[in-house]
Ligand binder design. Structure first.
Ligand code: MLT
Length: 411
């Protein structure tokens, strides 16, 4: 028989959100009349904005006639979308990004998962803890994590940057040499952010220590406060050290449609075995063109429509809707005396479980007693133990109902 990639055997359990779905399904099978409210995986619930729908419909019609039909498109994305991204997401904020630095893809999960392929398997990776599990698991698959330690419940070769209430969920700089640092802001799962000055510390550190920052900014559209940076490239010098990931999933309801983009500046360099500098942008372009055939034309037309005047207005009301949900959860739980974090510049509310309950026990309590599905904090890492995540992506009705159900629990 063919040997398998042994690294896969180092993966622990199943992927967090599959495990939650499994438990939810089992509960529904045993309690078919339970009216479940899902505030677990960060999946959106509103329909696609009208501007997006219109653009997608007319793109479908274009595909009907040979004269306007599109087959394979550019793997990196169509110019109309790349230009709209650069104009609106960067130039409008005084940031210069070139067209060959933007790579349109079918999702940030894929991009943050795939990006590690272009770095040496000996690279040392640092992640925030708690962390979006994809960063860790994809490095385990690549053989970069080392062994899993059953006692510490951590991988030996990964540097974990703890984020807890004690440090206001702001990670300290690594205490050993690392090569790749994953930062996610606004943060999933804690919903917390850094100021520009705090982010600058990371950019300066990366420059000084020859690290690359993989900056996951999938929740950028939810930023409400003035002093929160929207892009890592607002920080001087970031073009030399950072790759940025953005997504249309949560912003425009694209979790099922699938579209995102990654920015890889031409200043960003790595070393080959002989010590020569190599452009990371060239490598990512090579990887992208070899393994990916581009996002569908219809989807890209839909994504570009969010940058129209009509689209921008509709996106804003979508974001406002979810952020009002966030405030309802945040204020509702705080009024019960629970310690809550996030939910101000991000659609996630991170709470301390009551009475020191562990995360999975609180998950079971919410599921069985209130029929609410959330996400156990420990599923994002050891520093998430004793915490719990709720999303603001439900309907208003369900969000209000969920808070009322929690109010009735004896906590
Ligand atoms: C989450 O719930 O953390 C996200 O929805 C997962 C994802 O975007 O892949």
């Amino acid at each position: 028989m063919t040997s398998i990639n042994q690294n896969y055997l180092e993966l622990q359990g199943s992927y967090l959100f599959s495990e939650i779905a499994k438990r939810r399904t089992k509960f529904i099978q045993e309690n078919p009349n339970a009216e479940i409210i899902s505030l677990g995986i960060g999946d959106v619930t509103r329909g696609l904005p009208d501007a997006v729908l219109k653009a997608m419909h007319s793109a479908v019609d274009e595909l009907a006639a040979p004269s306007s039909f599109r087959g394979y498109g550019p793997e990196q994305g169509y110019d109309f979308l790349i230009n709209a991204i650069i104009e609106n997401d960067y130039k409008a904020r005084g940031i210069n990004i070139a067209t060959n630095e933007v790579f349109v893809s079918d999702g940030s999960k894929c991009d943050v998962g795939n990006i590690q392929e272009i770095f040496s398997e000996n690279s040392i990776v640092a992640v925030q803890d708690p962390v979006y599990p994809v960063y860790v698991d994809t490095n385990v698959m690549a053989g970069r994590s080392g062994k899993y330690n059953q006692e510490t419940k951590r991988y030996e070769n990964i540097a974990y940057l703890e984020c807890t209430a004690e440090n206001d969920f702001k990670p300290s700089l690594p205490d050993r040499k690392v090569d790749i640092i994953y930062l996610c802001y606004p943060n999933n799962p804690t919903g917390m952010t850094l100021t520009k000055e705090e982010l600058k510390v990371w950019v300066d550190y990366a420059k000084k220590n020859n690290c690359i920052i993989l900056y996951d900014s999938a929740y950028e559209a939810f930023i409400q406060e003035e002093d929160v940076p929207h892009s890592i490239y607002e920080i001087e010098g970031a073009r030399e050290v950072a790759i940025e990931f953005r997504s249309f999933s949560k912003t425009a309801g694209f979790t099922g449609v699938r579209c995102a983009y990654t920015v890889v500046p031409r200043e960003l360099k790595g070393l080959d075995a002989a010590g020569n500098e190599v452009l990371i942008n060239d490598l990512w372009n090579r990887r992208h063109t070899t393994k990916f055939n581009g996002v569908s034309y219809v989807t890209q037309r839909g994504a570009a429509a969010i940058y129209s005047a009509e689209g921008k207005e509709q996106i804003k009301s979508l974001v406002d809707y979810y952020m009002t949900n966030a405030a309802i959860i945040r204020d509702g739980l705080a009024s019960l005396g629970l310690e809550v974090f996030g939910g101000v510049n991000a659609p996630y509310i991170w709470l301390k479980t009551p009475n020191g309950m562990d995360s999975w026990s609180f998950f079971d309590k919410l599921l069985t007693e209130a029929n609410i599905v959330g996400t156990p904090g420990v599923g994002f890492g050891q520093s998430g133990q004793g915490y719990f995540r709720l999303t603001a992506f439900g309907s208003r009705e369900n969000t209000e109902k969920a808070v009322e159900r929690i109010r009735k629990l004896s906590l």
